[in-house]
Design a protein. Structure first.
Lengths: 501, 164
């Protein structure tokens, strides 16, 4: 049975000696995030802060719980899904893709059987500030929730749409949500609900089972439900339960659920925030208002958070791991389903979301341009700046082989392609554009535009010349044996490396 | 609640000491709320000054210290304009007598009248109440003034009133 709750996932980490518990009181104000930052940078255990200062309820903070080991980021999640131990990156992708090919419908459970309803507060009993939201980076505009699933309505599925949008806490029952137009839930708000002057029902769910958090990070096709892919991923149905104050369904085993409405024509400040690029990012923007109508939770909720910005470079955090271990396999499957000869699509390990490496065959001229065009016009392209295309036999999870492919195969004159001619939408969190270049910050949408690009680091040798590769390898092996290396290590020398024979 | 607050430069009024509605952050709890405030560079210009860090720049990484005086915190719900409109509408159809049913208050008000400070107990109650609200709930009065202006400018209402 896979880890079908956040609690079980934490126990699994504990069994693997990958969890460290802090019994002494810790402050939500920078201290919890500082400890988590160190753990993320040093590949340490995942910290759980059992006692948080100035918190009126018994609640714990968990720093970057979905983070995987730096050398094998998918490892904890593979265990959570009960995949065979020790899988290589490519084998993990294959196993996850297999699971995603068999979606499972969720199961509705009675509210009495839903742990997320152990404590229910509605109306004037709602107190958002009773939760120990962390203040994550010095200079953030406020305390944040940034590792959760935003459940919104979806006219095409009964189970709603799941996505991720950071949330800045304002007051007892108000928060602002980073809703960037161009993404599915924000589009529904800006172009459907708000013009009708109708509040959009939303639930923000924290501490979900790993399959739910993973599918939240995936680009599920419009009209399909993340809930059924989460079921496929865990190889069993996800338990859902109706909300108390609206018609949405939320994962029943969650630690904490905020039910509410995104109000029409209302805005509150959002940001600055140190986001995944690794830098503080401003200015504050006017973003839609989330008015909380109910808080339902477990008795002593475990509240997860992510120290964004620590997943760049060699560090891992929850969001960089989820990109590698969830968004990557999902994108690979999506491209294969669209008919492209893609072996693996993988986010570049050191940039979290900005660069992707795609290992692919190149069956005809113009194929890569067509592939880039497909991705940029169908995916959540706001976050991606460019792709590196490598041959299907290059492992995109291995940075050395990718850099080797770029160095050897990408002709600076012919293989660096700009795409979109400075008019493609871009998430305004980037640091290479000035506020003026990003456009007005007053509007609630992203006006940032830039060009996209791709590097063709596939080999230019025509298909069917692998014999030539073999000849080169044989020649290399001969040279190495001549230089004194034992011939036993080589497979192509018929005379066993003994040239005198 | 702490004694130290944060706001963004873009929210500040152009003139110091102007009474304004400002979004401020409690530096200790990070609670963000709106309040009626006065801002000054010199704490001696305010009655009850508290330090206010004003952040500025594209990433709010520069700041300067000013002082703020909180006059009236606006709760998280803000002022409910719809409720004010409904009450104003209902007031058209009902008596404008406010009954306090308090012997003590009546004695005190009559004292103010008999000592020549007011012409009537009604006038005393009106003036004292409005003075209190102006000092302690200015945002409520300001919003009501807007609602009242909007209410009286309503063309249908104006046509009906003119026809009477």
């Amino acid at each position: 049975m896979s880890a079908d709750s956040f609690r079980k996932y934490l126990r699994l980490l504990e069994d693997e000696d990958a969890l460290v518990s802090f019994a002494e009181s810790v402050s939500w104000d920078l201290e919890a995030s500082a400890v988590t930052t160190l753990a993320n940078r040093t590949d340490g255990e995942i910290p759980i802060f059992e006692s948080v200062e100035e918190t009126t309820i018994d609640a714990a903070l968990v720093g970057d719980p979905y983070r995987g080991p730096q050398c094998r980021p998918w490892e904890h999640l593979a265990r959570a899904f009960e995949l065979p131990p020790g899988l290589s990156g490519a084998a993990y992708y294959e196993a996850v893709i297999d699971r995603l090919r068999s979606p499972r419908e969720p199961r509705i459970v009675d509210r009495n059987a839903a742990p997320c309803k152990d404590v229910v507060h509605t109306g004037t009993d709602v107190d958002l500030l009773s939760i120990p939201w962390p203040y994550i980076h010095r200079g953030d505009g406020g305390r944040y929730s940034n590792l959760h699933t935003v459940v919104g309505p979806d006219p095409k599925t009964r189970w709603g749409h799941w996505s991720s949008h950071r949330m800045m806490i304002h007051d007892d029952d108000l928060a602002s949500l980073l809703f960037l137009a161009g993404e599915q839930a924000p589009n529904l708000y800006y172009y459907e609900y708000e013009p009708r002057e109708e509040p959009m029902p939303v639930a923000v769910v924290l501490g979900t089972e790993p399959a739910v958090q993973c599918s939240t990070e995936m680009w599920i096709p419009n009209g399909r439900s993340e809930a059924v892919f989460a079921g496929g991923l865990k190889d069993g149905p996800v338990d859902l339960v109706p909300c108390e104050t609206n018609d949405l369904y939320v994962p029943a085993t969650a630690e904490l659920v905020l039910e509410g409405r995104v109000l029409p024509n209302e805005r509150l400040d959002e940001g600055p925030f140190g986001d995944y690029f690794g830098y503080m990012n401003g200015p504050r923007r006017s973003m839609p208002v989330f008015a909380v109508d109910a808080i339902t939770r477990r008795g002593e909720p475990r509240v997860p958070f992510c120290v964004e910005g620590t997943g760049v470079g060699y560090g891992q955090n929850s969001s960089s791991t989820l990109q590698t271990a969830a968004a990557g396999p999902d994108a690979t499957l999506g491209l294969q389903a669209a008919g492209f000869d893609v072996a693996l699509a993988v986010p570049w390990r050191f940039t979290s979301q900005t660069v992707w490496v795609i290992a692919t065959d190149r069956p005809y001229p113009g194929y890569l341009h067509e592939l880039a065009n497909f991705i940029f016009t169908t995916w959540g392209m706001l976050h991606i700046d460019f792709f590196v295309f490598v041959d299907a036999d290059v492992d995109p999870l291995d940075p050395r082989t990718v850099l080797t492919a770029i160095a050897l195969e990408a002709d600076p004159d012919a293989d660096f392609h700009q795409f979109g001619v400075e008019r493609m939408p871009k998430v305004p969190l980037n640091i290479y554009q000035t506020p003026d270049e990003k456009g007005s910050a007053d509007v609630g949408t992203s006006k940032t535009k830039t060009a996209k690009a791709y590097i063709d680091a596939t080999s230019d040798r025509p298909a069917g010349v692998s014999g030539g590769d073999e000849e080169l390898r044989r020649r290399a092996q001969e040279l190495l044996v001549d230089a004194g290396v034992s011939s036993e290590a080589f497979d192509l020398l018929e005379w066993g490396g003994d040239r005198s024979r | 609640m702490s004694n130290h607050y944060i706001t963004a430069e873009e929210h500040l009024p152009n003139e110091d000491l102007t009474e304004t509605t400002l979004q401020i952050t409690d530096a200790e709890t990070k609670r963000i709320f709106e309040a009626r405030v006065r801002i000054a560079r010199d704490p001696d210009e305010l009655t009850d000054p508290r330090p206010l860090r004003v952040v500025a720049g594209p990433h709010e990484d520069v700041s300067e210290e000013r002082y703020v005086e909180l006059i009236d915190e606006i709760d998280s719900e803000g002022i409910d304009e719809d409720r004010l409109r409904r009450l104003a509408r209902e007031q058209e159809m009902t008596s404008n007598i406010v009954n306090t049913r308090s012997d003590d208050l009546k004695v005190v008000l009559r004292y103010l009248v008999e000592s020549g400070q007011y012409d009537s107990t009604a006038e005393a109650l009106r003036e004292i109440s409005f003075q209190y609200l102006a000092e302690n709930r200015p945002a409520l009065l300001e919003t009501y003034e807007d609602v009242r202006t909007e209410f009286e400018a309503d063309p249908l209402r104006r046509a009906l009133t003119d026809g009477e």
